[in-house]
Write a protein that binds this ligand. Structure first.
Ligand code: FES
Length: 157
């Protein structure tokens, strides 16, 4: 990371923390801001947030780990999460998983080289009677089979 970018991140964190009163209540808004702007929350940003809010870096990391929409590593422009909970599992999740991995040339937990898609697993999406289910960004898709899942992903920009 360039020094210039580090300086910019530090300044942004200090500004925003000041706006929220410079205490713990600023933590989540700060994380959301950094996530949105930089597509992840780097180690450096985590350290800076901890320093500015005067909290331990482990606290910052714990919040990032808790929320699925916050990431400490860069992710793709689109996040695809396939339900791995038992009902979807029994409804054919594994066939969908293998087909999607083959189609994109990556495994779950990885991001395509062009940064288009990150594949992840998720727990129950509440669509158990219509499994296998997956969520692409905020949109839920149900009753998947390998062909349907691959077609959906081919249309994701
Ligand atoms: S088990 Fe997959 S949506 Fe509930």
């Amino acid at each position: 990371m360039l020094v210039l970018e580090k300086n910019q991140i530090s300044a942004e964190i200090e500004d925003l923390a000041g706006y929220y009163g410079g205490n713990r209540t600023a933590l989540l808004p700060l994380l959301q801001f950094i996530q949105k702007k930089y597509n992840h929350i780097s180690d450096f940003a985590q350290q800076e947030i901890a320093r500015v809010l005067d909290i331990h870096p482990v606290e910052v990391y714990a919040v990032i780990s808790f929320y699925s929409f916050l990431h400490s590593e860069p992710k793709g422009r689109n996040i695809v999460r396939l339900c791995r909970t038992i009902v979807c599992d029994m409804a054919g999740k594994e066939k969908v998983e293998k087909a999607v991995e083959r189609e994109l040339g990556i495994k779950f937990g990885e991001t395509t080289h062009d940064g288009r898609i990150t594949l992840e697993f998720t727990n129950c999406l509440g669509m158990c009677d219509q499994g296998p289910a997956m969520i692409v960004n905020e949109r839920v898709y149900t009753k998947l089979d390998p062909e349907k899942a691959c077609k959906i992903l081919s249309e994701v920009k």
